[in-house]
Design a protein around this ligand. Structure first.
Ligand code: ATP
Length: 250
């Protein structure tokens, strides 16, 4: 479909077309489109921009990944479809492993998502053959690898469901979420919740990774000055202010 560049929602429409194509290719599950829509709705309320609070969270997240012993980035169909290359670059810059875990899992779909990530990102991906199970999770997202998520100390979970975020916390892992919903169980359970659109968050994190790579003192400062619940409260207050401003102008 031809989308005019002048359209005020050009970027969103192009992304929707891409997500539709990714469903046809079997990378994104049909219900993944619903999750995407919920993300878009929150982004609308936030103002479709990276807030100062999200920047602080992205910086702290990079510092946490860089200081970890066994960092892992877990990828589902939506995350692969939206940011395969960026997530692979982030994995390289932070020495993290990439692992594919799917809620709507079939052998065929796992292979497809792994192939897509490896092709786009030029990096080896874990998850084709799970050999471990996360406790306290009823869905297929419990399936993981011993080499990756099971033995990780820090996990980045873009576009996650609350059950797995909480299960990872119960296992004693540090959890970084990327989720546009500041009210989700995932954002509340995370040590660091980045309330930002995935592709914006990843490009912000790549820039911070380059900045912080050679500066361990600054990484410590970024982590020490971060408080997740305080940051989420300021984010919510920002949404309220946006809404009040809009209410005055309608
Ligand atoms: P929880 O179980 O954590 O309370 P949930 O039921 O909303 O939350 P899901 O629907 O499984 O969980 O997760 C989808 C989440 O991902 C939603 O909160 C949505 O806002 C967010 N999301 C979707 N697309 C994006 C995106 N492109 N960037 C960032 N977040 C996104």
């Amino acid at each position: 479909m031809e989308i005019s560049k002048d359209h005020p929602r050009y970027r969103s429409l192009v992304t929707r077309e891409h997500m539709g194509e990714m469903v046809r290719e079997g990378i994104v599950a049909p219900t993944g489109l619903i999750a995407h829509g919920r993300g878009e709705a929150f982004d609308y309320l936030i103002g479709e921009r990276t807030t100062t609070e999200a920047q602080g969270a992205e910086r702290a997240a990079v510092a946490l990944l860089m200081g970890a012993k066994r960092p892992v980035i877990t990828v589902n169909g939506n995350a692969a479809a939206l940011a395969a290359k960026g997530l692979a670059d982030l994995a390289r810059l932070t020495s993290s492993k990439l692992e594919v875990n799917l809620f709507h899992r079939s052998e065929e779909r796992v292979q497809k998502v792994c192939d897509y990530l490896e092709e786009q990102g030029g990096i080896r991906v874990l998850g084709r053959v799970p050999d471990a199970t996360l406790p306290h999770i009823a869905s297929d997202r419990a399936k993981c690898t011993l080499e990756g998520i099971f033995s990780s100390d820090v996990v980045l979970i873009p576009l996650e469901d609350g059950d797995r975020a909480m299960a990872l916390k119960k296992m004693g892992k540090k959890v970084i979420a990327i989720d546009l919903n500041p009210l989700s169980r995932t954002s509340l359970a995370a040590d660091i919740a980045i309330v930002d659109e995935l592709t914006r968050a990843v490009s912000g994190m790549l820039a911070f990774a380059k900045e912080l790579r050679l500066d361990p003192k600054e990484r410590e400062r970024a982590l020490a000055s971060f408080n997740n619940h305080e940051n989420l409260a300021i984010t919510l207050e920002g949404i309220c202010q946006n809404l009040r401003r809009r209410a005055r102008s309608v």
